[in-house]
Design a protein around this ligand. Structure first.
Ligand code: PLP
Length: 424
């Protein structure tokens, strides 16, 4: 099926008389006739459900839909994007291991990797997404287990050269993990450019209505764990916590990574989504192509308006001709570059503050990628403890405003921004 059809039908095909919508299986547990029936599930000898901390039919149907949209082999949902980032790495790396990561990533992911996972003994080397091939090559170590980056980075709006990063990861015998949150599979399917694993904060465009926090991991099934068996013993040698099964042997190249993440990590950490949240995500994905086309159209329209405004100091939008990442966006995001635009108001932090106060339609919110337009001035909110010098070091200009352009009529949004700029 084509992408737009999969958004509506993948993952759930009701049989005669069954509910048309994915049913919400609001149950922690599942009943069996005999202990033997359940034992097969515990031994991973049969597929099925026994406890919703590990797996739930609603979540699995929605995960299968997203897996189809990304063109993957297997997928899982998690309770948040943060959980997805954590699981994606921790499923491969432990104390004493190392990961290479693009420096243009979401701040929460940076903190998770550079602070929290460092405490677990996993070291990260951060590389500029625009680094030279030699610099990228030099970041790898013998104990490197993965390369991580974001297709369209939050909030930097850099577009990662996926093909180049995939080639570097594979040259060093490690998988390339891509956070595809802002692009969504409508905008870019990283597996087609060599990525091995994709993760999402489904909280953003995939849900699209700011209704449910969630995350997902999808495996392409393309990375040959067995060919690098010495690096990934967790996948290629017996798991004593699961009766000595070897994930690659039992579930093959396409099933090993996700089965291990569910059977071990979900069992132990329990970062499972509520069935209701999974259902909301499935509902959101039904309209993904329509929403993303409109978000991208509105994002570009807003960027063009801002670019020509005398009170605007600068605009960043990779879909805007002349933007530093325009050429990469044309390659990797040809259908559209999402609704997220960043810009600066002339007059710095105070001018940005006055602009924000003047907005009437756009909501001030920390969120992005919502149907309703939202806007954030990091220097005054998420980064308010920093002075201008500290902000510069963090790559956040004091005047930076992040505008997540929604699905409203662009004329109304432009009028709102115009009247707020007039008051600056
Ligand atoms: N990845 C990206 C690109 C994000 O923008 C976010 C959140 O903003 C996350 C991951 C974390 O996701 P969540 O907030 O769902 O935990």
């Amino acid at each position: 099926m084509k992408f737009d059809t999969d958004c509506l039908h993948a993952g759930y095909r009701p049989k005669n008389g069954q509910p048309r919508n994915i049913p919400i299986i609001q149950s922690t547990t599942f009943r069996y006739e005999t202990s033997q029936d359940m034992a097969k599930l515990f031994d991973l000898d049969a597929a099925g459900y026994f406890y919703s901390r590990l797996q739930n039919p609603t979540s699995d149907a929605v995960a299968a839909r997203l897996c189809a949209l990304e063109g993957g082999a297997a997928g899982m949902l998690l309770s948040s994007g943060q959980a997805a980032s954590f699981f994606s790495i921790f499923n491969l790396a432990g104390a004493g291991d190392h990961v290479v990561c693009s420096s243009a990533i979401y701040g929460g992911t940076y903190n998770l990797f550079a602070v929290t996972m460092k405490r677990m003994g996993i070291q990260f080397t951060f590389v500029d997404p625009d680094c030279t091939p030699e610099q990228l090559d030099a970041a790898f170590q013998p104990n490197t287990k993965a390369l991580f980056g974001e297709t369209l980075a939050n909030p930097a709006l850099t577009v990662l050269d996926l093909e180049r990063f995939a080639a570097a990861a594979h040259a060093h015998g490690v998988p390339f993990i891509v956070d595809n949150t802002f692009a969504t599979p409508w905008g870019c399917r990283p597996f087609e450019w060599g990525a091995d694993i994709v993760i999402h904060s489904t909280t953003k465009y995939l849900d699209g209505h700011a209704a449910a926090v969630g995350g997902a991991i999808i495996d392409s099934g393309n990375f040959d764990w067995q060919a690098h068996a010495d690096k990934y013993p967790g996948l290629t040698t017996p798991d004593e916590s699961y009766h000595g099964i070897v994930y690659t042997q039992k579930f093959g190249q396409g099933g090993a990574y996700i089965t291990k993440a569910v059977a071990q990590l979900m069992r132990d950490f329990g970062a499972s989504p509520a069935p209701m949240n999974a259902w909301l995500l499935g509902m959101g994905m039904e309209t993904l192509p329509l929403r993303m086309a409109r978000h991208s159209q509105n994002g570009l329209g807003m960027a063009q308006f801002l670019q020509d405004h005398p009170k605007v100091a600068w605009v960043r939008y990779p879909g805007l001709p002349g933007d530093k990442y325009y050429a990469l966006a044309q390659k990797y995001l040809p259908k559209g570059a999402s609704g997220v635009v960043s810009f600066g108001v002339k007059g710095g932090r105070e001018a940005a503050e006055r602009f924000m106060a003047g907005l009437k339609l756009c909501s001030i919110a920390t969120h992005v990628a919502d149907a309703k337009t939202c806007v954030l001035h990091p220097a005054n909110t998420t980064h308010r403890q920093m002075n201008d010098a500290e902000l510069a070091a963090a790559g956040v200009a004091p005047d930076l405003i992040r505008l997540s352009v929604g699905l409203e009529d662009l004329d109304d949004l432009v009028s709102d921004v115009e009247q707020a700029l007039a008051g600056v």
